[in-house]
Design a protein around this ligand. Structure first.
Ligand SMILES: Nc1ncnc2c1ncn2[C@@H]1O[C@H](COP(=O)(O)OP(=O)(O)OP(=O)(O)O)[C@@H](O)[C@H]1O
Ligand SMILES: [Mg+2]
Length: 512
């Protein structure tokens, strides 16, 4: 890149300008004439509710999707991308919200998929590996380039996705929710990388539902609402309240844990549960014991790698423990299958909802009723009518934005797909509901709705255990906060605890 301040564009100059972009899918108008500018060497952040049109706009700018109408002007000239390769040739690349990695291929092969480095005698795997190593070093991630992607935790897969985009050396880099599965430390590293890139003159578009985090990196903020741009402002003129007001129109308070009722009997009991890491010599969950009562909401806080996901997945029957027992309403369920546990009343909303929670070839409605199919079965038949009304009810309750239960799941925005998984597990009418990072990827309004729904269900006896990386969620939603560290419970608090105490117990450094 040439020296920016003397020749060529100056910081803040518009390099790409989208003019009056509209996109319709049948009678769904995802974008209704949006103007959007990308500025040289700066970060433009795009805010908006689930389904507002953010990903659609970014897919258009990166050639993945073609607009119904409108114009893209790059360096003062009209361009028309018919494919992502074409956009890439113009220096535009994108980190997709939904991970697009091949699970069985190595990190190296994923990074260079379709863009292999050719040597004298075919693909130069050694050179590819060297470059991937450098990228991962820059991202401060200790991953072997030859590891199959499916062996990585979700956050690490997201890092690989980022590494692939960085390997392209673009002048415009679009990041659609790059941090949804990252730890606070990983986000800090990514922000450092973003600052280095902008200093070199790369222009960034950044999308996140983690509003505070996004504000930290923003130079310009744009708000989309229902396919229309509703607000624009440079960083100096905005704050969190401005974003929320323009995004959803009103302030959403997560409130406080539901009160005014007594908990029931112990619904879930975990005794001395130990889960071993198949590859390393240590335990992911280490002799952990926990009781949760009917009506109680328990939050599990911890850093990435603390063992939260492994604990929840073991409870749901997805992982096999090394030792220990699990009881549901006094009955031991340790040897039951996932489906039998659901039938008994134990349901999990998994961390990787894209991969584990949804069948991409099915409709919204089919996905929703999938887990609770036994509830509709009368003899050999499924009662269509009960099913239909339950689907409509669930769509409304978890505020899924869709044209109806018959819509293909892939036509929903990322956040709305996540809400379907939450709705699907709620529809199984569980006794104990486990949720792994339920608020990831969903907008601030939907988050409040989901937690309100959980609180309502808790009042009528549902036991809820959810994990989160956001301390504020623990404090305003849960009756009890459990902090996990290295597979064990390192502390337990009620909701009157301070943020600092929770973070300290997780091993996180607390800023003075
Ligand atoms: N292939 C498609 N077919 C039909 N409708 C679609 C398709 N892709 C997107 N939509 C619709 O367009 C609208 C905008 O979706 P988009 O994915 O851009 O939202 P988003 O702002 O990225 O939301 P999120 O925060 O949930 O990721 C939604 O109503 C969505 O259902
Ligand atoms: Mg999106």
């Amino acid at each position: 890149m040439s020296e920016p301040e003397t020749k060529g564009p100056r910081r803040g100059d518009v390099v790409l300008s989208a003019r009056n972009i509209a996109k319709s899918y049948g009678n769904i108008h995802a974008l209704k004439g949006v103007n959007f500018d990308i500025r040289y060497g700066q970060v433009t952040t795009l805010f908006g509710e689930n389904g507002a049109g953010k990903s659609t706009l970014m897919k258009i700018l990166s050639g993945v999707v073609q607009p119904t109408s409108g114009e893209i002007v790059l360096d003062g000239e009209g361009v028309n991308f018919t494919s992502s390769t074409e956009a890439r040739d113009h220096g535009i690349s994108i980190i997709h919200q939904e991970l697009s990695l091949a699970p069985n291929l190595s990190v190296r092969d994923n990074v260079f998929m379709g863009r292999e480095i050719q040597g004298a005698t075919g693909v130069d795997f050694a050179e590819e590996e060297r470059q991937v190593r450098l990228l991962l070093e820059e991202l401060e991630e200790d991953i072997d380039p030859l590891t199959p992607v499916e062996d990585l935790r979700l956050g690490q897969q997201q890092i690989v996705e980022i590494a692939r985009a960085l390997s392209i050396d673009s002048r415009i880099l679009i990041m659609d929710e790059p941090t949804s599965a990252l730890s606070a430390a990983e986000v800090e590293v990514l922000f450092k990388v973003i600052r280095d890139l902008t200093a070199k003159g790369v222009s960034i578009v950044y999308i996140s539902h983690h509003l505070e985090e996004a504000l930290e990196i923003t130079d310009h903020a744009v708000v989309l609402r229902d396919g229309t741009m509703t607000a624009y402002a440079p960083r100096a003129e905005i704050d969190l309240e401005w974003i929320v007001r323009n995004m959803v129109g009103e302030h959403h308070d997560l409130g406080s844990p539901p009160s005014g009722y007594d908990f029931g009997e112990t619904a879930l009991s975990v005794v001395d549960l130990t889960v071993a890491d198949p590859n390393a010599g240590f335990n992911l969950v280490d002799r952990l014991s926990l009781d949760v009562k009917a009506g109680e909401i328990v939050c599990i806080y911890g850093l990435m790698g603390a063992g939260r996901t492994e604990l929840l997945e073991t409870l749901a029957g997805r992982l096999k423990p090394k030792s220990g027992s699990i009881f549901l309403e006094g009955e031991e369920i340790s040897s039951l299958s996932i489906a039998d546990r659901i039938a008994c009343g134990l349901a999990l909303v998994p961390e990787d909802r894209q991969r584990d929670g949804l069948v991409q070839t099915m409709s919204v409605g089919e996905n929703m009723s999938l887990a609770s199919i036994m509830n509709f079965t009368r003899g050999l038949f499924t009662s269509r009518r009960i099913e239909q009304s339950l689907i409509a009810d669930t769509i409304r309750k978890v505020t899924v934005k869709t044209s109806g239960g018959g819509a293909p799941i892939g036509s929903l925005s990322g956040g709305n797909q996540q809400k379907v998984v939450i709705g699907k597990m709620l529809a199984t009418d569980p006794t104990v509901l486990l949720l792994d990072e339920p608020s990831r990827g969903i907008d601030i309004g939907a988050k409040a709705e989901v937690f309100k729904l959980l609180a309502e269900r808790a009042r009528t006896g549902l036991a809820v255990v959810f994990s989160t990386s956001e301390v504020s969620e623990c404090l305003s939603v849960a009756h009890r906060i459990i902090v996990m560290h290295k597979g064990r419970i390192s502390a337990e608090f009620d909701s009157s605890v301070t943020k600092e105490k929770i973070m300290a117990a997780s091993g996180e450094s607390v800023a003075a």
